[in-house]
Each structure stands twice: as structure tokens, then as C-alpha cells.
Write a protein that binds this ligand. Structure first.
Ligand SMILES: NC(=O)c1ccc[n+]([C@@H]2O[C@H](COP(=O)([O-])OP(=O)(O)OC[C@H]3O[C@@H](n4cnc5c(N)ncnc54)[C@H](OP(=O)(O)O)[C@@H]3O)[C@@H](O)[C@H]2O)c1
Length: 263
């Protein structure tokens, strides 16, 4: 089967799809033929993403305006989505990252909110959508996490903590899913999105440098010599969602241009 059709007839729900890595995932999945439903809080931004979809999957896209922080509303919206569009076969768990800052400066609420948005929302989504994946004999769950699962990043205290929890949750889930339904984590390195630009500006303010100087400093530590384009993440996500990745399960795959030192 040619690669541009390998997700034909599959329904993909991409969370955090109005920008950055989530948007790139939606574009890559649609280009391979998946019927994409894009989820985020901002309707106009989702409409803009739908207008950019190309390929076989661009024929019948849909949007779902939902806040991953409001899980009771999310649960009913998911039920409505399944009733309207049928079962979801591919789930991309993705949301805005926790605010930066030193871990010892974070209050309890910051941890609770991040745990809810990432771990609890993903848990709800998987439990709600698993039945359809089982029935179809095909399920692909891809979590967008961070390289901080392996190497905590200074100044991202809450994020580092939550990413570890997310990776442990995903590994536990991977042991319980039935054959044909997989879960894997993608660990982005520095990727050129709104979040990255905002982070660079904040680090620059704190260290009296401009944003570009901060980004150049990051690039100096990356063997590939540049930060990633979101589409490079989208490609890996689409591979993990594809039939070709049928025996890849419970893994965490860095897409970081070789920045991490660990084996
Ligand atoms: N970019 C990087 O360099 C990098 C590196 C490592 C890890 N990551 C992680 O990868 C993930 C995606 O990063 P990104 O750079 O693509 O982020 P981004 O550009 O900030 O995009 C975040 C997306 O999530 C949506 N979102 C945020 N909060 C939400 C909520 N409560 N409910 C529903 N949707 C929500 C946003 O749309 P709305 O605001 O419209 O809801 C947007 O579509 C984040 O967890 C980030 O921390 C990124």
C-alpha cells in the first residue's frame, strides 16, 4: 500500500491541533488519508488548520472545540463525536506545556493543573476511545511528551515532573492494551512552535539576551545544527499511527536532532 493512503478509512483525533506539533500531526495524518478531527480550545484556529489540510484525509475533516482542563465536558463531547463520526482509531494526546519556572517555586495548583491536562485528560481519552479501537482491531495512541522524560530540563520544573508521570502512565497502559492497539511517546527536542518562541523570549528576559541569542545557544548543543520544524515531528507521529508501526509499543522516541547524550 502506498504511504499516502496507508491511513485510509482511519479516524484520527488530534488534541492540541490548532498550533505547533499538534497541527503538524493533523497535516501529516490527513496527507496519509486519515479522516482527521482536530481538538483545541480556539475554534478560529482550528478552522484555519482544517483549511490547510491536504491529501485524501482533507475530504472530511471536523473540529472539536474542547478544553482538556474541563474533563466532564470533554467526556460528553467525546461521546457526541463517536456518535456523529464513528470510532476513533488514532489518538494523539497533546496539549500546551506547563508554564516554565523553577520547581521549588511552583505551587501545588501548578502541579495539579498540569497533571490534569496531560495525564488525566489522556487517561479519559484512552478509556473513552478504547472500545472502538478494540472493535476495529486497530488502535494507535501517540503521546506528545518531551525529552525531559530522560533528561530533566532546567527551568521547566513542573513540566519535568509531569512528563515523567506521563511516560510511566503510558508504559503501564502499553502492558494492558489488546493486540493491535499500541501506545507510544514522542519526545520532541527544541521545535519551532509558538511555545518555543515564548520560552526563548522568557529565558532571554531572565538572562538579558535577545530571543535569537537564546535560540542560537540551544542550537549549539544540537548535532543536527538547528531546531526542528514541526513537520519533522508530524512525520514521526504519522509513522507511529500507521500500520507500519504495528510492533512498536510502549516506547519513547526522541526527535531531538541528537541533542540528548544518553544512549
Ligand atoms: N515546541 C517544543 O520545542 C517542545 C519541546 C518539547 C516538548 N514540547 C511539548 O509538546 C507539546 C506541544 O508543544 P507545541 O510547541 O506544539 O505547543 P503550542 O504551540 O503551545 O500548541 C499547544 C496546542 O495545545 C492546545 N491547548 C493548550 N491547552 C489546551 C487545553 N487546555 N485544552 C485543549 N487544547 C489545549 C493549543 O490550542 P488552544 O490554545 O487553542 O487550546 C495548541 O493547539 C507541549 O506539551 C509542549 O510542552 C514542545
Amino acid at each position: 500500500m502506498s504511504q499516502d493512503k496507508d491511513l485510509d478509512r482511519r479516524h484520527a483525533l488530534v488534541c492540541g491541533a490548532s498550533a505547533g506539533i499538534g497541527r503538524a500531526a493533523a497535516l501529516a495524518l490527513a496527507s496519509r488519508g486519515a479522516r482527521v478531527t482536530v481538538l483545541a480550545r480556539t475554534q478560529s484556529a482550528l478552522e484555519a488548520v482544517i483549511a490547510q489540510l491536504e491529501g485524501a484525509g482533507a475530504r472530511s475533516p471536523a473540529l472539536l472545540v474542547a478544553d482538556l482542563d474541563d474533563r466532564s465536558a470533554l467526556a460528553s463531547k467525546l461521546d457526541e463525536l463517536i456518535a456523529w463520526r464513528g470510532p476513533v482509531h488514532i489518538l494523539v494526546n497533546n496539549a500546551g506545556g506547563p508554564s516554565p519556572g523553577a520547581v521549588l517555586e511552583a505551587d501545588e495548583e501548578a502541579f495539579l493543573q498540569a497533571f490534569g491536562r496531560h495525564v488525566l485528560a489522556s487517561h479519559l481519552l484512552v478509556r473513552r476511545l478504547l472500545h472502538g479501537m478494540k472493535e476495529a482491531g486497530y488502535g494507535r495512541i501517540v503521546n506528545i511528551v518531551s525529552t525531559s522524560v530522560r533528561e530533566p530540563i532546567p527551568g521547566l520544573g513542573v513540566s519535568n515532573t509531569i512528563r515523567g508521570a506521563m511516560a510511566s502512565w503510558a508504559k503501564s497502559v502499553s502492558r494492558e492494551l489488546p493486540p493491535g492497539v499500541t501506545i507510544n511517546n514522542v519526545l520532541p527536542g527544541y521545535t519551532d512552535t509558538e511555545r518555543l518562541q515564548a520560552l526563548a523570549a522568557r529565558v532571554g528576559q531572565e538572562s538579558d539576551r535577545d530571543r535569537q541569542a537564546v535560540i542560537e545557544g540551544w542550537i549549539a548543543a544540537i548535532p543536527e545544527g538547528r531546531i526542528a520544524e514541526p513537520r519533522e515531528l508530524g512525520e514521526v507521529i504519522a509513522f507511529l499511527a500507521s500500520p507500519a508501526a504495528s510492533y512498536v509499543r510502549g516506547t519513547s522516541i526522541p526527535v531531538d536532532g541528537g541533542r540528548m547524550h544518553g544512549i
